[in-house]
Design a protein around this ligand. Structure first.
Ligand SMILES: *[C@@H]1O[C@H](CO)[C@@H](O)[C@H](O)[C@H]1NC(C)=O
Ligand SMILES: *[C@@H]1O[C@H](CO)[C@@H](O)[C@H](O)[C@H]1NC(C)=O
Ligand SMILES: *[C@@H]1O[C@H](CO)[C@@H](O)[C@H](O)[C@H]1NC(C)=O
Ligand SMILES: *[C@@H]1O[C@H](CO)[C@@H](O)[C@H](O)[C@H]1NC(C)=O
Ligand SMILES: *[C@@H]1O[C@H](CO)[C@@H](O)[C@H](O)[C@H]1NC(C)=O
Ligand SMILES: *[C@@H]1O[C@H](CO)[C@@H](O)[C@H](O)[C@H]1NC(C)=O
Length: 506
């Protein structure tokens, strides 16, 4: 292993002078032409989901939203995809005479509102619900959106997660979160206005979703297809009866409805961690296991020549401290790479209540650690048209290769091992062979002093190529440092420490 810098095995020297020990040696061949079974890539695979009631605030009061999304748009050379939705969308009523963006009242500012009103102005900034089971009201809003925002609408989803009653507090949850101050805990699951009646199941929800879709088609007329067919799937087998894409495609939807569907969509949060540590939750093997069922859904959608997206995703469904850490950034990166490799076209990382949801990529005037993972994923995937994964998905080391026009252009090596910040930092030495002629590769490292790093303490942050994001305008602060790895005989060996990722330009 040869680096230009005297980087060899002293990683994180800036912070702790921790010594890394190369415990693991891995060898992979990078196919020099794109394999036939490589997965096609979307040109803007990593996007953002904004909680419905917060959309106006995110776009008018919270500076980092616009600037941090612009940073990702710059990488793509296209607009970052945004999805507007979430639990509060199903509690909203459209009022064509209401002269503001959105109105709601909450007893405690940390709560998401139970009811809210939104008006036509909403579309100047932009969504639709099945809450209250009032199709007339929703279609009124749909028509207004068509009039005002059609050019900006990528797809329309009717309803968010029409559950609410079945959710239960997982054992151990209250104990593990008390010290987090119980922030916005109720936002995701405890919808007070479930569209479906408990017990919520595939046949009931499928029938309802098909009826709403048909009603929409009658009102909307064209252009079609435009619907996102949502089906909520969590990673844990809490409720096998919950509706899913396979049921919609094989049973609930007839050809008229299917023809109106542009994308099938699922939601994914890791199961509440219970006593699981960050070390377990950020591990590649966990990410692989969480995504497995969604990958199957993507295959079902592909079987009818349709696409599948993760319409809403992030780390955990309830706030846990680990969601704000650099470990969460590593998990977001790995989840993005793995998801697109499984054929999931796009992921929309959810931003919940401003300043409250711990997985948020930014707060008011503050960039949070998980954003680094999303940004790095966009950087790795941009410009690619295909991707393959080199590893078998059963260890903490993930390696992906991105292709463009048949040739490998980048590789991303993710070491998802946890590092506490003290003691010996383990690392892996990864040898890539099969590289084309050339004497060196350029690499960019995403790292932090530990997996637990958050951006809450001044002066502490993760870095990408030595840079961090400015809280003022999300710009990159500091000198951008590429590292270099020598290629000999078509082979390069690179070192990636626990909780680091390396983007390799091939
Ligand atoms: C449904 O929405 C329509 C249009 O906004 C409204 O006139 C009607 O009162 C609503 N129905 C119910 C039961 O709330
Ligand atoms: C699904 O739920 C509906 C409404 O509660 C019920 O009538 C039906 O029997 C359920 N179906 C299954 C397969 O459990
Ligand atoms: C397709 O399904 C919808 C929703 O169930 C129904 O309203 C519509 O009549 C069906 N169309 C045909 C052609 O059967
Ligand atoms: C967490 O650990 C405690 C103590 O060992 C145990 O009682 C509890 O059941 C565990 N909770 C979960 C969700 O595993
Ligand atoms: C999907 O597209 C392929 C290629 O165009 C075609 O052969 C196949 O019949 C289509 N399948 C469906 C279910 O539409
Ligand atoms: C992972 O899977 C690969 C391929 O099936 C196998 O060779 C390897 O031993 C497995 N590694 C672990 C740690 O289970």
């Amino acid at each position: 292993m040869i680096f230009h810098h005297s980087h060899t095995c002293i990683l994180g020297a800036l912070f702790l002078a921790a010594v890394c020990t190369a415990e693991i040696k891995l060898y992979y061949t990078v196919p020099s032409i794109v394999p036939l079974d490589a997965t096609p890539l979307d040109s803007t695979p990593v996007g953002v989901s904004l909680e419905f009631f917060m959309w106006p605030s995110y776009m008018t009061n919270v500076t980092p939203s616009v600037s941090c999304m612009s940073r990702i748009s710059e990488i793509y050379g296209k607009k970052t995809p945004i999805r507007i939705g979430g639990t509060t969308q199903d509690r909203a009523t459209y009022d064509p005479y209401f002269d503001d963006y959105v109105f709601y009242r909450v007893a405690d500012p940390l709560n998401a509102p139970d009811t809210l009103i939104y008006g036509p102005k909403f579309w100047d900034l932009i969504r639709f619900n099945r809450g209250d089971d009032n199709q007339t009201n929703t279609y009124l809003a749909v028509q207004e959106a068509k009039k005002r925002a059609l050019d900006h609408l990528w797809a329309i989803e009717l309803g968010n997660e029409p559950d609410g009653i079945e959710a239960r507090i997982p054992p151990g949850w209250l104990q593990t979160t008390c010290h987090t101050n119980i922030r916005a805990v109720i936002v995701y699951i405890w919808a007070h206005k479930p569209d479906a009646v408990s017990p919520w199941n595939a046949s009931q929800e499928g029938l309802d979703a098909a009826n709403w879709a048909q009603g929409f088609i009658d009102v909307w007329k064209s252009p079609l297809p435009i619907l996102t067919a949502g089906s909520y799937a969590v990673a844990y087998a809490d409720n096998p009866e919950w509706p899913n894409t396979d049921y919609l495609i094989h049973t609930a939807y007839n050809n008229t409805v299917k023809a109106a569907v542009k994308y099938y969509s699922g939601h994914l949060y890791a199961a509440p961690p219970g006593n699981n540590t960050l070390a377990i939750e950020m591990n590649h093997a966990k990410t692989v296991s969480d995504l497995a069922v969604l990958g199957e859904r993507a295959s079902t959608a592909a079987s009818i020549n349709s696409s599948y997206i993760l319409g809403e995703t992030n780390f955990h469904p309830y706030d846990v401290d680990m969601d704000a850490t650099f470990g969460a950034a590593i998990a977001a990166l790995d989840k993005s790479m793995r998801a697109v490799t499984l054929g999931i076209q796009r992921l929309f990382f959810h931003q919940g209540t401003i300043n409250q949801a711990l997985f948020n990529w930014w707060s008011e005037a503050h960039i949070n650690a998980p954003y680094y993972g999303g940004y790095f994923a966009a950087l790795a995937l941009a410009g690619g048209d295909h991707i393959i994964e080199l590893d078998s998905g059963n260890s903490s080391h993930a390696q992906y290769v991105i292709y463009s026009h048949g040739c490998p252009i980048k590789a991303i090596l993710v070491n998802t091992d946890y590092f506490s910040g003290s003691g010996v930092r383990s690392c892996s030495k990864i040898t890539l062979n099969g590289l084309s002629a050339g004497s060196q590769v350029r690499t960019l490292r995403m790292t932090a002093a530990s997996s637990d790093v958050t951006t809450n303490d001044p002066g502490i942050y993760p870095t990408i190529g030595g840079q961090h994001f400015s809280n003022v305008d999300c710009s990159s602060v500091g000198d951008l440092k590429y590292e270099r790895g020598a290629v000999r005989g078509g082979q390069v060996t690179l070192t990636v420490a626990a909780s680091e990722a390396l983007l390799v330009y091939l």
